[in-house]
Design a protein around this ligand. Structure first.
Ligand SMILES: [Zn+2]
Ligand SMILES: [Zn+2]
Length: 265
């Protein structure tokens, strides 16, 4: 059965890794966003970076995309035999998807952080495929569909259809289009950067609150709600408040996950 694993849960890398996740089904391995410590993260997972066959960049903000240059550098150096556990090991092709502006940011980031990398990239095997909302691709037996998030830059969430239907919103404010696109889900992984006391700031920055996450989960008929992308300003003493505010709008189970928690898909 396919597994979805949270590799980070936060909005800023001080109390933990920013939210990014992966979907694994057999040899197919999708990474959704790329945390700044992606190399150490994959060491902790005891998997090579090159086991990733698909990368999806939800949008171009640093907390989601800053690990991409190191991810690609690791990918290239492995192919070159420089960091491979077994030099010469086969490396699967890599497809990188996301909104066009996110893929442009990936290119710009590479130019800024790894000058000369373009020449190396000519030997690499990744391809860029810009996505629009409602575009689909498969990861093992799981159908993956991009979702129209509503954020300050073009952003797409993802819907995973396997034995369960799981929606990951990406960074987003309250959006009817996003609710309509998901339609129905068993599990929702929703950003909840703020509590209701910061609702005005959340709207200004086009982020979500715990209560909005609860309302979203109720709207799509979910049984479980995972709250991620929690702002750095909140400590452990606020955990109960996040659960309570989400629960004011949603009767199902509300979870503040830990890094490396897994869900079956
Ligand atoms: Zn963002
Ligand atoms: Zn973010």
């Amino acid at each position: 059965m396919a597994r979805l694993q949270l590799l980070g849960t936060q909005a800023y890398p001080r109390n933990g890794e920013p939210v990014h996740l992966r979907l694994v089904d057999g040899d197919d391995h999708l990474l959704v966003d790329c945390g700044p410590n992606i190399v150490e993260t994959f060491d902790a997972l005891e998997r090579p970076l090159t086991s990733v066959t698909d990368l999806f960049v939800t949008h171009s903000h640093a907390d989601h995309a800053l690990g991409v240059p190191y991810f690609l550098l690791g990918h290239f150096l492995t192919r070159a035999g420089a960091v491979a556990d077994e030099p010469g090991e086969a490396v699967p092709p890599l497809t990188i998807r996301g909104p066009e502006s996110a893929l442009e940011a990936v290119d710009a980031c590479l130019e800024a952080v790894t000058p000369g990398f373009d020449a190396l990239a000519a030997d690499a095997s990744w391809t860029l495929e810009p996505t629009e909302p409602d575009d689909g691709f498969d990861v093992g037996d799981v159908s993956v569909t991009s979702l129209p998030a509503d954020h300050v830059v073009p952003t797409q969430g993802l819907l995973f259809d396997g034995e369960r239907r799981i929606a990951y919103t990406g960074d987003t404010t309250r959006s009817k289009a996003l609710v309509d696109a998901v339609d129905r889900a068993d599990v929702v992984i929703h950003e909840s950067m703020y509590l209701e006391s910061e609702a005005d700031l959340a709207r200004e920055l086009k982020h979500g609150t715990a209560r909005e996450a609860g309302r979203f989960a109720a709207d799509v008929g979910a049984d479980e709600l995972y709250l991620v992308h929690v702002s750095d300003q909140y400590g452990d003493e606020h955990r109960v408040r996040f659960l309570e505010e989400a629960g004011e709008a949603f009767n199902g189970e509300v979870i503040l996950p830990d890094r490396f928690d897994e869900l079956s898909v």
